[in-house]
Write a protein that binds this ligand. Structure first.
Ligand code: FMN
Length: 317
């Protein structure tokens, strides 16, 4: 079965700069979900979201914008905004697990409120012609919450429900709950996509064996930690390209120069790159040491030297 791979959004990481650099050097991703738009009570789209979604910044890739809200007026405002940019689909985030979000009844905190979900979807479908897709956890408190939303979601032509197989309370701790995910498959009549902890080709193979009906997979952190992963999945291989580190270093340098142009001062650029290295280092030997090496740099020159040393280390592994 042909498998579709989607980039699961990470706010602060998978912006248009990352997406374009990723697409240029690695590929393997069919569609990129953009990190969520959040309005915070005002009907204003922040410039950071505007830049991220402008078509001129997303020419070579297919992007689906995302919103996180529990308010129908906000939802409609964002629908009209993304439509004005030319998008035909909006993804709704019912997955975010953070207390600040949950306390406001958003993200995974909204899953236990099917009436509100119904109200928002009703208005969106009655008042606009956008396609809506969902990105959900299985609940906030327990993995059964999502089951009560399925009869509501089935009233609408939802394109798909991407399910991160955890509950909000877990944050990112503990494993994914594959039995809970199977219950979703058994209960929902709609198109389900899988999301959660796909970090290696072998793991992807395990998941396709376990869920043969799934043909759409979202990869989030695994794709930053190992950007070769999606194309290796597509090629059904566990072998990296021979010029793995050359490709990776070109990607790194592109990302670096993008952020160097955007952010002011070495400190901010280095902090940004350290946040990526926290992922990049994960599949490498001695990840803590690698992160420490970049974290302690204070100037761009120091940073460049640290990165050169890291590449030297990993090439010789
Ligand atoms: C730092 C961070 C930021 C995230 N931002 C978003 C976001 O903007 N929208 C969203 O739907 N999910 C967001 N997520 C969740 C991921 O998209 C994904 O669902 C989750 O990490 C599980 O998939 P994975 O194991 O493949 O990473 C974020 C996760 C992290 C760790």
């Amino acid at each position: 079965m042909a498998q579709t791979l989607l980039s699961s959004p990470l706010q602060g990481f998978t912006d248009y700069r990352f997406r374009n650099a990723f697409n240029k050097y690695f590929g393997g991703i069919d569609t990129y979900y953009a990190p969520y738009i959040r309005l915070n009570g005002k009907m204003v789209i922040k410039p950071v979201y505007e830049r991220d979604l402008q078509l001129k910044h997303n020419k070579a890739i297919e992007v689906i914008p995302q919103v996180m809200t529990c308010n129908a007026d906000e939802f409609l405002f964002v629908i009209k905004y993304v439509q004005s940019l030319g998008y035909t689909e909006l993804n709704w985030n019912l997955g975010c697990p953070y207390p600040m979000v949950i306390n406001r009844g958003m993200g995974s905190g909204l899953i236990a409120d099917p009436d509100k979900i119904d109200h928002i979807l009703k208005r969106a479908h009655e008042e606009t012609d956008i396609t809506i897709s969902m990105k959900m956890r299985m609940g906030y408190d327990n993995c059964h919450e999502i089951l009560d939303t399925f009869p509501i979601l089935e009233r609408y032509p939802i394109r798909n429900i991407a399910i991160h197989a955890r509950i909000g309370k877990q944050l990112y701790e503990g494993g994914v709950d594959l039995e809970g995910f199977q219950r979703c498959l058994d209960t929902s009549a709609q198109k389900i996509y899988y999301n959660g902890d796909i970090t290696t080709v072998d793991r992807f193979r395990e998941m396709t064996d376990r869920f043969p009906s799934i043909d759409h997979w979202l990869i989030g952190r695994g794709l930053i930690a190992d950007p070769f992963l999606p194309q290796m999945i597509k090629d059904n291989t566990t072998a990296y390209p021979e010029d793995r580190w050359e490709i990776f270093s070109k990607f790194h340098n592109t990302l670096f120069s993008e952020y160097e142009q955007k952010l002011s001062g070495a400190k901010h650029v280095i902090m940004k790159m350290v946040s990526y290295w926290e992922y990049f280092a994960q599949p490498l030997p001695n990840p803590k040491k690698i992160v420490k090496m970049v974290k302690k740099t204070k100037t761009i020159e120091d940073y460049d030297n640290a990165v050169a040393q890291i590449f030297e280390m990993v090439r010789n592994e």
